[in-house]
Design a protein around this ligand. Structure first.
Ligand SMILES: [Zn+2]
Length: 352
């Protein structure tokens, strides 16, 4: 439907509206020199990977299952342990929100990776290919940690829900869970979907060690580490330099990502505080959304287990407008589509 001036609400989108075009106009760093690692990153993006599909299987076979020591659990999550009894979990996911299988064509220039403008794919898939690549590179360098490449994150975090419910003992020694699955340059996530998952003390320490513009961010939506917030004290999600996820205009700052790899490999986990108890929320509550009530496919009917009686989605959207906007963005709703929906509602009301 076309928007018309007469029905469009006379309200400007807020300046910080998260759109696909919000990436900075120029890369802040020069493009990294081509190397086997950068070539691998580009190649990884040529696999569209709807959850459970052939593309995801081929991708995992090519990049993950060939790593010596890699394990696959009953749900298809890939896991490997580097070092003796590590206390850090590194987390990403192997599926993408591509609507169809295929081998998308890419465009790469000035350190920005995007879809080729003629390619019909629905997104680039830097969410979470960037995180998958970081973890493969960290394993190759022997950085200690439990590494989990989760299955089915984009369809409700099903792979991590499986681990939390069926094999939580594999997380027993973990103090800090770090997902590499956040857009932008700045976030060290302390809250996912309104519930606290990491302490400010830990987020500040990690942000300081990472440098750049990293800072604690309480506006996270959802990724797999949210499912571990009742099991692991500190669960966060880090920005990895992609923008406009879940849209055809998605882009990845490869220079930022290559630099982030170096920063991640130089962190000192022994200095990280543990200032949150598993399950602890801001208001003394211990209930948070359950895996069954939360997921990319269940927002319309989902209920939050930690909402007060009578608290509606409208109340929550009013209380957490940034999270609400990010959820819409994650679901692929663009500002133009949002305005179209508003137009539809307005014109329907007028006809009544
Ligand atoms: Zn993701």
């Amino acid at each position: 439907m076309k928007s018309t001036a007469s029905t469009r609400p006379n309200r400007k989108a807020p300046a910080a509206w998260p759109t696909a075009s919000m990436r900075p106009s120029t890369a802040r760093r020069p493009a990294p020199p081509r190397s086997p690692a950068i070539d691998q990153l580009l190649q990884m993006h040529t696999y569209a990977r709807p959850a459970g599909g052939a593309g995801e299987a081929a991708f995992c076979a090519r990049y993950l299952d060939c790593i010596p020591g890699m394990a696959i659990d009953a749900y298809g999550n890939r896991l490997i342990t580097i070092g003796a009894a590590p206390r850090v979990l590194w987390s990403s996911h192997t599926d993408t929100v591509h609507k169809t299988e295929g081998r998308p064509r890419l465009a790469y220039g000035d350190a920005w990776l995007t879809l080729n403008s003629k390619d019909p794919a629905s997104c680039l898939g830097a969410d979470c290919t960037a995180g998958v690549w970081l973890m493969v590179q960290m394993v190759a360098r022997g950085i200690p940690g439990l590494y989990i490449w989760h299955a089915a994150e984009e369809v409700g975090g099903l792979g991590s829900a499986h681990i939390a419910a069926e094999t939580p003992s594999i997380l027993a020694r973990i103090d800090h869970a770090i997902a590499l699955d956040r857009r932008g340059y700045d976030s060290v996530i302390t809250h996912q979907s309104g519930g606290r998952c990491a302490s400010d003390a830990f987020a500040k320490t990690l942000a300081t060690q990472l440098g750049g513009s990293y800072a604690p961010d309480d506006g996270g939506t959802f990724t797999d580490t949210a499912h571990y917030a009742d099991l692991i004290p500190e669960c966060t999600n880090l920005s990895v330099g992609y923008f406009g996820a879940h849209t055809a205009a998605e882009s990845l700052d490869v220079a930022f990502l290559a630099d982030l790899l170096e920063r991640l490999c130089s962190l000192d986990p022994t200095s990280w505080p543990i200032a949150r108890a598993p399950g602890e929320d801001d208001y003394g509550g211990y209930g948070r959304f359950s895996s069954s009530s939360f997921g990319h496919d269940s927002f319309t009917g989902g209920s939050y287990s930690d909402t007060a009686p009578g608290q509606t989605l409208e109340d929550l959207a009013a209380d957490y407008p940034t999270v609400a906007a990010e959820i819409l963005e994650d679901l692929g709703v663009t500002p133009a589509e949002f305005l179209e929906i508003l137009d539809l509602r307005t014109s329907r009301r007028k006809r009544r």
